[in-house]
Design a binder for this molecule. Structure first.
Ligand code: NAP
Length: 303
């Protein structure tokens, strides 16, 4: 049987992936702290056929902005050690997950293609996280060039889904939006308040879609690196309107707290390379995905 190791297996993406690759070994930070060389060395005393590297220190804009050094250091350590031991122990295949945050804050054209990753500095609010992920891409490309490995990386857009964090400092926008809607319903409130202006544009994908892409790469031995993103690039306001409609709350008002940060204005990426490789892939529609996640948090969300 093929032995697959999934780092970050207890997170949002890992828990969705376990539906599609049930025989893989899913790790959390309690099983091994990937910042510790001793833990990583021990982990790779098993001979893995494939590593899917999801583990990362991930959070929302507030946490990223206030702790840039920690995000840079933790992610550089984890990525470097996993890459070093995977290559040195001869792991034949490795797929790492990056993020569209790594792209330039302002690009010469949109949607951005994979080649544009290093065209300019990433956005200031998640600089440390973004640079650590760019370094991982460079590390994978360098190993493929120098050692002839067939490692690859996927660059997903923003995610949401069941099993996401709901702590306001750590949660991602759509999950935070859904929990705000549920809280407003419980409180009998007629509005939700969102940080920022509502104008930035975002591609939001259900984490289950990314999990299916990762599983397809493993099943069909895809070794190219590519963006994984829905084609729709919507404003925060439009996403909030879709969420209110998908949850039966059309009458609820959306208020914006302009003292909150907007983050990057747009960072939409092209999925053309992905669709060439996986032409039959179908994304979950945003309204359908939000409805599913809303039903999940309605049953599971406690403040
Ligand atoms: P997540 O829910 O925050 O989960 C992070 C995972 O990494 C958890 O399993 C966590 O273990 C593990 N981890 C953190 N620090 C660790 C350490 N020091 N040692 C070992 N494991 C550690 O993340 P996710 O949303 O599933 O993200 C998965 C990947 O997709 C990440 O690489 C992320 O950068 C990327 N990504 C995410 C998004 C998004 O919107 N969520 C968008 C684009 C890309 P514990 O459970 O024990 O803490």
């Amino acid at each position: 049987m093929v032995k697959i190791l999934v780092t970050g297996g207890s997170g949002l993406v890992g828990r969705h992936l376990s539906k599609y690759l049930p025989d893989a070994v899913y790790l959390s930070s309690k099983d091994a702290d990937l910042r510790s060389e001793r833990d990583v060395r021990e982990l790779f005393s098993t001979k893995w056929e494939r590593v899917i590297h999801l583990a990362a220190r991930v959070a929302g804009i507030l946490d990223n902005r206030s702790r840039p050094a920690e995000f840079l250091e933790d992610n550089l350590l984890m990525n470097t050690l996993v890459m070093k031991y995977a290559r040195e122990t001869g792991v034949p295949r490795l797929t790492a997950v990056l993020s569209t945050c790594i792209f330039p804050d302002v690009a010469s054209s949109y949607p951005m293609t994979e080649e544009m990753m290093h065209d300019g500095p990433p956005q200031a609010t998640n600089f440390g996280y973004a640079i650590s992920k760019r370094a991982l891409a460079a590390h994978i490309d360098a190993c493929n060039t120098q050692y002839g490995t067939s490692y690859n990386y996927l660059i997903p857009c923003n995610l949401y889904g069941e099993f996401d964090k709901t702590d306001p400092a750590k949660s991602h926008f759509v999950t935070a939006l859904i929990t705000k809607i549920i809280k407003a319903e419980r409180d009998g409130s007629d509005h939700i308040t969102l940080l920022g202006s509502g104008k930035p544009l975002r591609q939001f994908m259900h984490a289950d879609d990314l999990a299916r892409v990762i599983a397809e790469c493993a099943e069909h031995d895809v070794t190219q690196s590519f963006n994984v993103a829905v084609p729709e690039n919507l404003s925060i306001r439009q996403i909030a309107e879709i969420a209110l409609s998908a949850t039966g709350n059309e009458g609820m008002e959306i208020r914006f707290d302009a003292s909150g940060p907007d983050g990057q204005f747009r960072k939409d990426v092209s999925n053309a390379r992905m669709m060439e490789l996986l032409p039959d892939f179908r994304f979950t529609g945003l309204a359908e995905g939000i409805h599913r996640v809303y039903s999940y948090y309605k049953a599971n969300y406690k403040e």
